[in-house]
Design a protein around this ligand. Structure first.
Ligand code: SF4
Ligand code: SF4
Length: 319
């Protein structure tokens, strides 16, 4: 990259969130100016183009014209989630696409919006700006900062709830043979935290990692693979035993919280609750975890299970 970096910023359909962060990054306290990085007022004066926002059908021709005017080496940075992967607008009627669907993109800098930290790290790392240093006071990540999503493979029970609630459809679930792959696309994630909030097993955390700049957005993902459960009789896909165990443990915890006192004060009443629960748990961990409902019916288990569920009539004890 040339020793002098002149960046022209084009907004092709952003909400202005990214633009505000770009301006914040120019604050002298971050020292970008001292690193020979400046902002160009006209595309003809720039050698780097930084694009914010997804490209709308209206801005598409303008972006193409601007791109042609940028000087060599004419590097393009797609800045922020909309520019990188279209964000929540991925199926909008008015969108021409992410930036790389309209002009060539060299670097992707995700974030919704990228913080000044992410911006400085991303721009300097991408363009090879010398002299940039992390680790000073301004780089301390605030407590509530939401960076890259991380998933604990051990803790994940493979329920798929995170994928259901993700606004920009950044979590894919792929099922193949006896494996299920859960893929988190950091190029789409807007760090809303919904997946973390919904995850029943607390497998998801929002890390403080903002170093996500890349030259290949197809590489901006992380994934985990879980074993899938199949019916031992017919091979049909089943709710896996980890989910069943998780649910049963949650019920057990609830029973202990609500009726645990009975253990000391009225062991007989506690037994009426604890015994059917223990039976159901045993049953679930054997037959229900191994057989689909159809096969369970043929094995004449369903009636027994219903009886067990009826036996756990919590209302009977809540008066
Ligand atoms: S934080 Fe989770 S739910 Fe929100 S966009 Fe990212 S992956 Fe989706
Ligand atoms: S919500 Fe949590 S447990 Fe369920 S699939 Fe997602 S990460 Fe795994």
């Amino acid at each position: 990259m040339a020793t002098e970096i002149r960046i022209y910023r084009a907004d092709t359909g952003s909400c202005n969130g990214c633009d505000i962060e770009v301006l914040a990054s120019l604050d002298p306290k971050y020292g970008l100016g001292e690193l020979n990085v400046s902002v160009a007022e006209h595309p003809e004066e720039a050698n780097v183009l930084l694009v914010t926002g997804l490209v709308t059908k209206k801005t598409e021709p303008e972006l193409k014209k601007i791109y042609e005017k940028i000087q060599e080496p004419r590097l393009v940075i797609a800045y922020g989630q909309c520019a990188v992967g279209m964000d929540v607008f991925y199926d909008s009627y008015n969108a021409a696409g992410a930036v790389d669907e309209v002009i060539p993109v060299n670097f992707y800098l995700p974030g919704c919006p990228p913080s000044p930290r992410a911006t400085l790290f991303g721009v300097t790392a991408a363009l090879g700006v010398e002299g940039f240093k992390e680790g000073e006071a301004i780089w301390t990540v605030p407590e509530a900062f939401r960076g890259k999503v991380e998933v604990d493979e051990e803790a994940c029970i493979g329920c798929g709830a995170c994928s259901e609630v993700c606004p920009p459809a950044a979590i894919d679930i792929e099922k193949k043979e006896d494996k299920m792959t859960l893929r988190f696309w950091h190029s789409k994630c807007i760090r809303c935290g919904s997946c973390k909030d919904i995850c029943p097993s607390e497998a998801i955390t929002m890390s403080d990692d903002y170093r996500l700049v890349t030259g290949d957005r197809q590489q901006l993902f992380s994934d985990i693979t879980k074993d899938m459960q199949k019916c031992a009789e017919c091979g049909q896909e089943l709710v896996n035993t980890q989910i069943i165990t998780f649910g049963l443990d949650a019920v057990g915890e609830h029973l202990r919280e609500k009726y645990g006192e009975l253990m000391k004060t009225d062991p007989k009443a506690w037994g009426k609750i604890a015994k059917p629960y223990a039976d159901l748990k045993k049953e679930c961990q054997t037959d229900i975890g191994l057989l689909c409902p159809t096969c369970r019916k043929t094995l004449d288990k369903i009636k027994k299970e219903k009886m067990l569920l009826l036996a756990i009539n919590l209302e009977e004890f809540s008066a």
